[in-house]
Ligand binder design. Structure first.
Ligand code: AMP
Length: 286
């Protein structure tokens, strides 16, 4: 925490969140929401700084959402460090931390799930079947609980960003969704709370993911068929030492449908494993 940072106010219930946001709106302030699962790093803080650049007030939620983790995923061991996160958020200029307990988000009898068809299918959707329904449901709840003017999400989770854009259009949720470019380590690895799981040897290999995606994008841009460039990239990931490749694909940048040729804005996206850690990354083609 910098010397000037004040302790961050915390809301831990829907009424307290709504009360604070209502006060700000009454005073004429615009409000941005940055949803996170905590274990914050510079990538998250870039979202907060952007939120403060475009809105008067920035609310950051930290909620490790159980419904977006599959039964064999890392919900139980997901890193939790709320006190440190609160300090980081205060120094990044956040105005309120929303920290709802699981029972506040999913009270007894909770029965509603939102599924976004189309963009949720394929890519991560093939390997994490309940994931995007969990994300769509919790993000819809956060947006309805807070009623922000704007909500910011990282391009790091590119498919998630497209799912959320579709969600707010389809459900007429009155909020502007903004994607923020991926923040990377010096060697190009996309910052992620899950990077903490990597051993030093895995960490060295991890940096290859972004490099290979860049090379795949270059090949496709240079005239290779998208499918051929993607196949080359999968072989390179294997050579680099990734232990399992869920996918590496070139897709339409918005709808995420498969592309036969590069005739519109495209994105190369991948998910690959190093031991027990699953990494994702993506970048624009061209
Ligand atoms: P998470 O806590 O992993 O759910 O992430 C919360 C938000 O931060 C999501 O919108 C992510 O896409 C975004 N985010 C995570 N890592 C990065 C990064 N390296 N650069 C930019 N945004 C990120």
């Amino acid at each position: 925490m910098t010397d000037s940072a004040m302790p961050l106010p915390i809301a831990d219930s829907v009424p307290s969140l709504r009360a604070q946001i209502a006060l700000w709106k009454k005073a004429g302030d615009t409000v941005a929401l940055v949803p996170t699962m905590g274990a914050l790093h510079e990538g998250h803080l870039a979202l907060v700084r952007r939120a403060k650049a475009v809105c008067a007030k920035a609310v950051v939620s930290i909620f490790v959402n159980p419904t977006q983790f599959g039964p064999n995923e890392d919900y139980g061991r997901y890193p939790r460090q709320e006190a440190k996160d609160a300090e980081l958020l205060a120094s990044a200029g956040a105005d309120l931390l929303y920290l709802p307990p699981v029972e506040a988000m999913y009270p007894r009898g909770f029965s509603t799930t939102i599924t976004v068809d189309g963009v949720s299918k394929g890519l991560c959707g093939d390997f994490r079947p309940i994931h995007f329904a969990g994300v769509a449901t919790v993000v819809a709840k956060l947006l309805l609980q807070g009623g922000p003017d704007r909500a910011l999400f990282g391009e790091k989770d590119y498919q998630q960003l497209q799912v959320i854009k579709r969600l707010v259009i389809d459900l007429d949720i009155p909020v502007a969704i903004e994607g923020v470019p991926t923040v990377r380590e010096a060697d190009g690895l996309a910052m992620s709370s899950r990077n903490a799981y990597l051993s030093p040897a895995e960490r060295a290999i991890a940096a290859r993911l972004n490099v290979i995606l860049g090379e795949v994008a270059g090949r496709a841009k240079g005239g290779e068929w998208p499918a051929q460039a993607a196949q080359w990239g999968r072989a390179e990931l294997e050579k680099a030492g990734f232990t399992k490749i869920d996918y590496l694909e070139i897709r339409d940048a918005e709808s995420l449908v498969a592309l036969e040729r590069l005739d519109r804005p495209a994105r190369v996206l991948a998910a690959a494993w190093l031991g027990k850690t699953r990494l994702i990354d993506n970048r624009a083609v061209g």
